[in-house]
Write a protein that binds this ligand. Structure first.
Ligand code: DX5
Ligand code: ZN
Length: 223
């Protein structure tokens, strides 16, 4: 139920293969892959060829977060590269329904994300087709920013709607998640936690992952 997804954005980019293996050995549930195109966000990271290059280093679930303007054009590339979950932004230029369909037809699980300024209810029409929704808890583009606690009502609104409709949709939070902020996000109803600097900046990544999972489990609302 509770999953920890370390973000490779905070890893040593000169050793992406080893960092991928290391996260699997440390017990991460998934590996979060931040794809940025310099248009949707003011930063450029990596694309499908890099994901493909690290795919054979571990069996861990690849959780691709596309912060790109035209995700629909690239879904096949990311699926072929080995992404398991593909999350795109509601605010991107691609038509949402078509993009979700494409992700699923490529054999992947579909996720949809909202930036801080976008309301939770904008995701409601898509919930029955999604495996995951991602509520950004920072403005997307860079790691190491402070957690926006004022996003928590959006998480709770989504959790209530998902429960009300009896759906099985994960709620992911991304940005500023660490051992001080994970509890608030879990009590609001999030169950998938992206952590970049908290995990890769920790002296003991395995300990940090276990701590985040423990705190999240302790605070996640019991039905
Ligand atoms: C930000 C990215 C995040 C980022 C999180 O745009 O989507 O995944 O890596 O980094 P931290 O955990 O350091 O805030
Ligand atoms: Zn991300």
């Amino acid at each position: 139920m509770i999953k920890i997804s370390p973000s490779l954005l905070a890893s040593d980019f000169s050793r992406l293969g080893e960092e991928t293996e290391r996260m699997e050995k440390c017990g991460a549930d998934m590996l979060h892959l931040d794809v940025m195109d310099g248009r949707f966000v003011p930063n450029i990271t990596f694309g499908a060829p890099v994901i493909n290059a690290i795919r054979n280093k571990a069996d861990i679930i690849f959780d691709a977060h596309l912060m790109i303007d035209e995700p629909l054009e690239y879904i096949e590339d990311f699926a072929e590269a080995g992404a398991d979950i593909i999350t795109f932004h509601l605010e991107s230029s691609s038509p949402a329904d078509e993009t979700i369909k494409k992700i699923i037809s490529c054999g992947c699980r579909a996720g949809m994300s909202i930036r801080p300024a976008t309301g939770a209810e904008e995701l409601f029409p898509y919930l029955d087709k999604l495996s995951m929704v991602l509520v950004m808890t920072v403005e997307p583009g860079f790691g190491g920013q402070p957690f926006m606690a004022d996003m928590m009502p959006k998480v709770t609104a989504l959790r209530n709607e998902i429960n009300r409709r009896n759906l099985d949709v994960d709620i992911q939070v991304d940005g500023g998640i660490n051992d001080k902020t994970v509890s608030a996000a879990a009590s609001a109803g999030a169950n998938v936690f992206v952590a970049g600097s908290a995990v890769f900046g920790a002296e003991d990544a395995e300990y940090e992952i276990n701590l985040l999972r423990y705190l999240a489990e302790k605070n996640y609302p019991q039905k």
